[in-house]
Design a protein around this ligand. Structure first.
Ligand SMILES: [Zn+2]
Length: 108
């Protein structure tokens, strides 16, 4: 008898307004994405098919700033993680409040 398989579908709500659309955490564009954010980890894995690493979190930052992030991670007693391939740099963007379109905006 052939085993049954199931397909799961997962949808995520967008990040709360005023937070980063990548990690759902309030930070500025020159700071790393929140590696410990469940939102970041799940969104990243769904999009790229692998776990996010510390190197991915800071890949969008200026190159000269990244060693400071690595130092902070290691000083906190955490193991620095890197992907087998090039880190993926996802730029910071702030989530905007949801705004429903009015009928006049949907024409043309
Ligand atoms: Zn972020």
């Amino acid at each position: 008898m052939k085993p049954k398989t199931a397909t799961a579908v997962m949808m995520m709500l967008p990040a709360a307004p005023g937070t980063c659309v990548m990690c759902a955490t309030a930070h500025d564009e020159n700071s790393p994405h929140n590696y410990w954010s469940l939102f970041y980890g799940m969104r990243f894995k769904l999009k790229y098919g692998r776990d996010a690493t510390h190197a991915d979190c800071c890949a969008h930052m200026p190159e000269k700033s990244r060693p400071f992030y690595r130092q902070a991670v290691e000083e906190a007693g955490r193991k620095w993680t890197e992907p087998d391939s090039e880190p993926i740099a996802e730029p910071y963007a702030e989530s905007q409040p949801f705004r429903k379109e009015t009928p006049s905006e949907t024409q043309d």
